[in-house]
Design a protein around this ligand. Sequence first.
Ligand code: PGA
Length: 252
Amino acid sequence: MTMRRKLIAGNWKMNGLKADGLALAQGLADKLKGGPAPACDLLVCPPFTLIAPVAAIAAGSALAVGGQDCHAKTSGAHTGDTSPVMLADLGCAYAIVGHSERRTDHAETDAVVKAKGTAAQAAGLIAIVCIGETLAQRDAGQTIEVNRSQLQGSLPDGATPDNTVIAYEPVWAIGTGRVATPAQAQEVHAAIRAELASKLGGEAASRMRILYGGSMKPDNARELLALPDVDGGLIGGASLKVADFWAIAESC
Ligand code: PGA
């Protein structure tokens, strides 16, 4: 089996003013300096307003920084948007694209997500492409089909294990405290990997990281991260506390 290094990614969403955001980043940087690093890659995705100062704190440490979204164009008349080139310019290494909150709040389609991921990769960023079914879709027995079709529609054409990470985030588990069972998570992750294999070939599929997201916490992380096809986590609520995020990273 190919060894995939796990990625623990914090998605701060629209949370954090200067004082708490910088304290959070500093707390993680101090942990990394202070002792043995966890056996995973560590990433934080602050709101756009905090990317520059968080990147300054993370510089020279093993903490990577990413954007929560990016535009599909590199520059131009797009008021309020942020281009992937701007993210790279600030020191970002990653951009999340297609989070379900973006898909819902901003009506982002698979095609939009694919264009954003493609632009992120062209800017030298690793795109974290998010997919996931709603509760209604799960209850209707459409889970695998929905995730397969979102993956087909959202995966950038030039996706490789080096420029792409997939995040499976069941919408019903995001911010709800209701986490997927290990069996539910593994079933979808395995189906995603099979779909990646048919699209990109077995070798690439076996190296591409697939994160689980949705109410991952210190007390359920170990079990989820031990699943054969779960290669890390995309963490919202629990990424806002140094101790919780660190405990999840240490579960790797
Ligand atoms: P949550 O969010 O950990 O708060 O459920 C996860 C996400 O939306 O990325």
